[in-house]
Design a binder for this molecule. Structure first.
Ligand SMILES: [Zn+2]
Length: 656
């Protein structure tokens, strides 16, 4: 059979869409002949071709969206090998092409080449019909964790394959994340290959190219605007001695506890004295210059310092930090408008800035995107469990530098509702399910369901999407949470059970129920709802011990089975899925053993076992680097173990 792909135009994402279609079709059926022809416009006389791209004739078939440049909708109509694959913008055309391949049986179950499933069969007819639009605008991932160029590149490639559409590089120079990977500071089994700041600039340029090629919505920076204008490092949370502060710079720093200096010795966590017009001018001027120099960045994040209770207490800074913040947002908007710069500014509702302004409001709401980042939220409840109208409780009073970060979801949403009154025209959630919380769920089953339900609730919260602040490597034991997130952001009308089953079938093949059974057992026994509680409450010690032992025994029995299934699996991606589970089973055996020892013999006795488990994960990082970030896994081991085996005097349980 012969397929002719009639590509319209030269846009990089459309070009990539046609190239990817050609490549994957030929991988499915090497006997298929695929030809790409390039047209400058739609041509009615060309028949027996599949049009790939955008034009008014094809555009009529697309679902309506509010802003075709930013909102993704797709239409695929291919009958007997002829028809079209289109979308509202170049990125949507690419998403549409991957969707076509999904309909033919391709699947991407985790980032990286070893997460790709390409079926093999003779293609005798091509018939696909899809007409859909994304449920929300923003469907993006934010860089976190220790990562290599390859790890991030794999993530960027995965995004449009999962119908996601944006990527966020934190900092102007994301040195922190790459430095952590290439130095391998905590892993004695990997040789350090430190990168310089210039190396990271080259990495950033390569990633920007990957993002632009896919026409992804590109976000950048975030924290750092309280450092860079004063000449302090703005690319990570590194400490700097007080002597590094010059006299002039010191006057700009927030006064906390009677002195101006770095907050906890960390420039990135240090706020500024924002009642000062000079300080505000310095910051907004720096940002405006940056926007002019980085036209590829569509969404510039202007955040203040990280951390909380670090606001200036000087006699001039009498207003809330959010009032000075909104004042700066307006001043920045004026500068950008004067220079004709279209960059959208993302502002952050987070920590001390959760408390909304009292006197200021946004003068040009079209410029701004509200980003709601409830970092201290409770993951034992979903936004789906909230009635946004009825359950919103009041906002606690603002107390400068004595604020408590809200945990209760109703309180978090009350802050959101207050900020939404400022009328920013666009908004999204910035949430941390896959940053820390997922690692408290050894089977990933609770995390995936929570993500699916949370993402399904965004429209009820009047939020237009999600930027997931997450580890770049988080497919241990599976990529189900990322799949669940992506599915709900695109559609969300499917029953969760269908999404879950399809994922496991793709990832594990005919024995998928064995894998699913193991994973749901792990989540059930090592119940993350318990691990998340502070202080732990519901299970008495005898039951905790029984659960931990049962999890260890189940994992010990499952490990060899997974290994055997890996050996007999013919597809390399599925073999990899089983190998990951076999490794995971060993991890659970170790985790259960640490916890049991701590319950029975106390913290000191468990320390050696925790070190051995950490060492095991470090040793395996070389082979399994794409699926887990050992620094983060190891940090959570300590949290899980101490939640399940709390120090006796701290235990709140009432045993009878
Ligand atoms: Zn001040």
């Amino acid at each position: 059979m012969q397929v002719v792909l009639a590509r319209i135009g030269v846009e990089p994402a459309v070009r990539l869409a046609a190239d990817e279609l050609s490549q994957y079709l030929q991988r499915i059926d090497p006997d298929l002949s695929v030809e790409i022809r390039v047209y400058s416009a739609f041509d009615r006389t060309a028949t027996r071709v599949i049009w790939v791209g955008r034009c008014p004739e094809l555009g009529q078939n697309l679902p309506e969206v509010s802003d075709p440049e930013l909102d993704d909708a797709i239409c695929i109509r291919v009958e007997d090998g002829a028809g079209f694959i289109t979308g509202t913008n170049p990125r949507a055309v690419l998403i549409s092409a991957y969707r076509f391949l999904r309909e033919l049986g391709c699947a991407w179950i985790r980032p990286g080449d070893d997460g790709e499933l390409v079926p093999s069969y003779p293609i005798r007819a091509l018939n696909v019909a899809v007409r859909e639009k994304a449920r929300v605008r923003h469907r993006a991932v934010c860089i976190e964790g220790a990562c290599s160029l390859q790890h991030v590149r794999d993530m960027i490639h995965w995004l449009p394959r999962a119908a996601m559409n944006g990527y966020f590089i934190q900092f102007s120079r994301p040195f922190y994340f790459f430095d952590r990977w290439y130095r391998h500071e905590s892993n004695p089994y990997l040789e350090a290959q430190p990168v310089t700041r210039e190396d990271v600039d080259a990495i950033t340029a390569a990633l920007t190219e990957e993002i632009s090629q896919r026409d992804l919505l590109f976000h950048q920076v975030g924290h750092g605007w309280t450092c860079a204008p004063l000449g302090f490092p703005a690319d990570g949370w590194q400490e700097l001695p007080d002597e590094a502060i010059g006299e002039q710079a010191r006057r700009a720093l927030a006064e906390v506890g009677g002195r101006r200096g770095f907050f906890g010795n960390i420039p990135l966590n240090t706020n500024l004295c924002t009642s000062s017009k000079d300080v505000r001018e310095l910051v907004t001027g720096t940002i405006a210059d940056w926007c002019a120099a980085h036209p590829a960045v569509r969404f510039l994040h202007f955040w203040l310092a990280d951390g909380f209770n670090n606001t200036c207490e000087c006699p001039a800074c009498i207003e809330r930090p959010s009032d000075y913040y909104v004042q700066m947002l307006n001043e920045l908007d004026e500068k950008l408008s004067a220079r004709g710069l279209p960059t959208r500014i993302v502002f952050l509702v987070y920590c001390d800035l959760l408390w909304p302004p009292c006197s200021q409001t946004l003068k040009n709401p079209d410029r701004f995107v509200l980003m709601f980042a409830p970092i201290s939220r409770d993951y034992n409840r979903s936004y789906a469990d909230m009635d946004p109208a009825a359950e919103t409780c009041g906002i606690p009073p603002y107390r400068r530098n004595r604020n408590e970060q809200p945990k209760e979801l109703g309180t978090c949403l009350a802050f959101l509702r207050a900020w939404q009154k400022l009328g920013a025209k666009d908004s999204f959630l910035f949430d941390y399910h896959l940053m820390w919380d997922h690692l408290k769920d050894p089977g990933y089953e609770d995390s995936a369901l929570l993500l699916y339900r949370d993402m399904n609730s965004l429209d009820r919260l009047d939020l237009n999407g999600m930027v997931s602040c997450q580890l770049t490597r988080c497919s241990f034991p599976t990529g189900l949470p990322m799949r669940a997130m992506a599915e709900a952001l695109w559609d969300g009308t499917k029953p969760y059970e269908d999404v879950r089953r399809r994922y496991y079938q793709e990832a594990f093949g005919s024995s998928w129920e064995t894998a699913a059974g193991y994973l749901s057992r792990m989540t059930e026994l090592l119940d993350p709802r318990y691990t998340r509680m502070e202080p732990p409450a519901p299970y008495p010690e005898a039951e905790r011990l029984a659960r931990v032992r049962e999890a260890g025994a189940a994992a010990a029995a499952f490990g060899p089975e997974a290994q055997l299934l890996a050996k007999t699996e013919s597809d390399s991606t599925r073999r990899r899925s089983w190998e990951i589970l076999a490794l995971h089973a060993k991890y659970i055996v170790g985790l259960a053993s640490c916890t049991e020892t701590r319950i029975l013999e106390g913290p000191a006795a468990a320390e050696g076992k925790i070190s051995a488990l950490t060492d095991f994960l470090m040793q395996n990082e070389v082979t399994f680097q794409s699926v887990y970030d050992p620094d983060q896994v190891c940090a959570r081991i300590c949290e899980i173990v101490s939640a399940w085996a709390p120090d006796k005097d701290l235990s709140q349980e009432g045993e009878t």
